[in-house]
Write a protein that binds this ligand. Sequence first.
Ligand SMILES: [Zn+2]
Length: 553
Amino acid sequence: MSRLDARASTMPIMVPNLPTPYPDELLYSLIARSAVYVGYWNAKPFLRALYQGVTKPACPDLPGSLERLVAASGGAWGTDARSIALEHTLLPYYTYFLSAPQREAAVGHLLAGTGHLHMALGISASGVRPMEYFRLCPLCMERDIRELGETYWRRHHHLPGVFVCAEHGERLLETEVPFRPVRRYEHVYAQPEFLKRAKVLRPPCDRPEVLLEIARRSRRLLEGSPARGRFDYRAVMAQYGFARRYGAPARFREAVESVLPRPFLGAMFTELGPDGFPYWVDAARRKPKGAMHPLKHVLVQLVLDSVAEPSASSSKSRRPELRGKSLQPELRAQAAALAKEGLSTRAIATRLGCDWKTADRLIKPIRLPARIPPRKTGSRDREAWLEHCRKHPGATKTELRRMAKSLYMRLYRDDREWLLAHGPKRPKREPKLRVNWHERDMELARAVACEADRLADLEPPVRITQTRILAALRMASTFYRNKAKLPRTAEALAARRESIEAFQIRRLRAVMQASDERDKDWLMLRQARINVGRLVDKGASLVAAAREGLPCS
Ligand SMILES: [Zn+2]
């Protein structure tokens, strides 16, 4: 490193017209612009000039050998290698959730190494759909052209899972410039011309606020100070009922799908399970094994934040409490504080556990209803109404209103109490016919007897049961609901229902009558379809009871 430093300090500045990097500009973009500034449309000869003969392949997200590159630029970019790594590559995004030593190792890799950081950081194996083409936001570009006279490739437009500009919420346009350079040294300058053939990104997600939230949270990883330690969601998952409980995986999937529709997940991830969910959805609920791709962290956190309250009191069940309370000063203060933090209306609604509309009213200034000065209707309207009522005796209030709409409206608006007191009275409703339960009980008891007789005559025989009788009469629910009012029916049912033994004896007796009792007992039992193997006395008492015509004990 000291050798490089020495060379940088002693080397004359070869390319004095180098531009300084713009905020959030990819190093790739800076190199492309630099080449254009010094008069090359192709970056390769420029890079050769920088590296004095050696060229480095283009890498838009995680370029290596930064110290060498910056040293070769002779400090003309006005920044050092470390700042380039942190402010002009996607390194902060990819290392946000790593431990401090891991992060430092990755930075070192970018500064001095040339190794495969994509492998080391697990990006290649993450199952996250790789970026295909460079993107532009039409609004960012318009402003760039106006203020800078040119535009550039921004880091936050090129984060996985990001489809809208985090700044404008505008859907990004995908150019035809491949993000993985086809030619090794190609650095394509962001020309406004590209917009003509660019396509609007249309992810299968119809909730713009979700797309914007993903974009904003992803950009925060580029800018914010990194989190400490490994991310373990198990405690939060358990709190929301997404772990350590029966049905937890399904509940979590449901929560994921309520924010991120499955087709949308399919647009972000390549490795999907048979049910359309990426495999990491289950892994996120468990003990973390190794690093998880930042996009997965962003999505898990988004889903968990959308589940505002623990499952015991879900946000939905809390909603009615806050409905219509948008004037409460305490709530308004809370909402204002959240809005000041930069939360969207939907996020505020989620935090407060209220509906989006309530949150919207909470953060907007209170609108006072326009007061219409009460007008005193003259006594003429009152007289007209009374006359109207007199002319149409027997008409209901609705009928009267339809006949004299404007008169009614005037009185309703200005003289409501009087109007409601003067008019046809609502006719009293006839009470519903009362059920004569005694009569119904007698009727039903007779029907039960008839039905039992009918069942007794059926061939092949069926057992006469309470359930069967009531089902045939379609009276089961009436009977069970009004059992106390139907004593005779209950008696009839008790008298006619058959025990299993009684049914067996009835069958046996039918067989006996058919064969004049000449057959052997075992044969008659078999013909009556009685399984003697189950009976202690092999059916002897049944045969005896059938002969006697009496139920057995
Ligand atoms: Zn933008």
